[in-house]
Design a protein around this ligand. Structure first.
Ligand code: GDP
Ligand code: CA
Length: 344
């Protein structure tokens, strides 16, 4: 059984811990296709937040409290940069984390593609899952906003957008980390996506997949940038493997993070049905054969998609592995149904 998982950072990493447990038990093989839209160059270093969240989490080196970055982190370099007033000051780079970025940047500057760099970094972390960036090319999520350049003052009652300013695009990291998404926000743009190619290994993995799972990651800024790489969406819609997604929304709220804020920008309701509608059912030219929702959302209906309710709280590895098992079983059942239809 070959399983491909489309994934972002923190939510996806938790899901992959369960996928790895399921794979160890059943002999399945897991390949993760990871979002790179959050990637950014800061202080000359190439940062890949989602790849690192996944790699550190699976490798046992992630900070469990923050969910991102390294455990036992220290912040000497950050303090020294602040003493120089070196911009940007709003992004936290830990000392241990910086070593990863130094290795990555050095290898990229030497001409290695990000997929090869990721493989090299994984020699240390042994994630137990094959990690592939969605693309080796530059693809950055930018956010078109208006309003002041300074973060909103939480003490001030004024609407953050009132002091005006025309539309401008800022990097997703600046939008989220610096402004906490609290700016009038018009749309997300995946810069470079149109010219990007799937990274080495991605299309082969999708072609060989028995099952494709969409992790309960942020649909707007984690999964959409992956699907924006020409060729990836088509490999899913035209491929033989059934596609089953897992809802990141439980009871009308994201379990954690900013999916509500992102969905609002797209005018999509923050519900399990809203996210499934964004992906679309295969019958309507969309992606999904199946959609897992939490029992509290059991009434969810999505046109042309088989909805199944199973507990979706990734509280520990065992619970998450059970979720993955339910997703794989749904996929296998739906694959059977599709073959039956095609034959009949
Ligand atoms: P990011 O790149 O670090 O933002 O992480 P992802 O995009 O991979 O995942 C973020 C999403 O994970 C959020 O929208 C959360 O709602 C979702 N999430 C986090 N924990 C859980 C959980 O226990 N269950 C489910 N179903 N979703 C979760
Ligand atoms: Ca992310």
């Amino acid at each position: 059984m070959r399983i491909v998982v489309l994934t972002g950072g923190i939510g996806g990493a938790k899901f992959l811990v369960g996928a790895r447990a399921y794979a160890r038990r059943t002999g399945a093989e897991v390949t993760a296709v990871v979002n790179v839209g959050d990637d950014v160059v800061l202080h000359g270093l190439r940062i890949s937040p989602d790849l690192d969240s996944v790699m550190y989490t699976l490798g046992g080196g992630a900070d469990p409290e923050r969910g991102w970055g390294r455990v036992d982190e220290t912040w000497t370099v950050k303090q020294e940069l602040a003493a120089y007033q070196a911009e940007p000051t709003w992004f936290g780079l830990g000392d241990r984390d910086i070593a990863t970025h130094l290795v990555r940047t050095t290898m990229l500057n030497a001409g290695y593609p990000l997929s090869a760099v990721t493989e090299a970094l994984c020699v240390r972390w042994q994630p137990g899952v094959r990690l592939l960036p969605a693309t080796d090319d530059r693809l950055e999520t930018h956010v078109v906003v208006s309003g002041p350049d300074q973060p909103a003052d939480p003490e001030s009652a004024a609407d953050p957008g009132q002091s005006g300013g025309g539309e401008r695009a800022i990097h997703f990291q600046e939008w989220w980390v610096r402004h906490r998404g609290a700016l009038p926000t018009h749309r997300f743009v995946f810069v470079g996506a149109a010219e990007a190619k799937p990274a080495a290994g991605v299309l082969d993995a999708l072609a060989a997949a028995d099952v494709v799972l969409i992790a309960p990651s942020n649909p707007v800024v984690s999964i959409a940038p992956i699907l924006a790489v020409p060729g990836i969406r088509q490999a899913l819609t035209d491929g033989a493997a059934p596609v089953v997604g897992v809802s990141p929304i439980i009871g009308d709220a994201p379990v954690r993070g900013m999916a509500d804020r992102c969905l609002a920008v797209l005018d999509v309701p923050c519900t399990a049905a809203g996210v499934a509608g964004l992906y679309g059912g295969r019958g309507d030219g969309g992606l999904l054969d199946g959609w897992l929702v939490d029992p509290v959302d059991a009434a969810t209906r999505v046109d042309g998609v088989e909805v199944e309710a199973v507990p979706l709280w990734m509280s520990d590895e065992t619970a998450t592995a059970a979720m993955v098992e339910a997703a794989v079983e749904a996929a296998v059942r739906l694959a059977g149904a599709r073959t039956g239809r095609a034959a009949g």
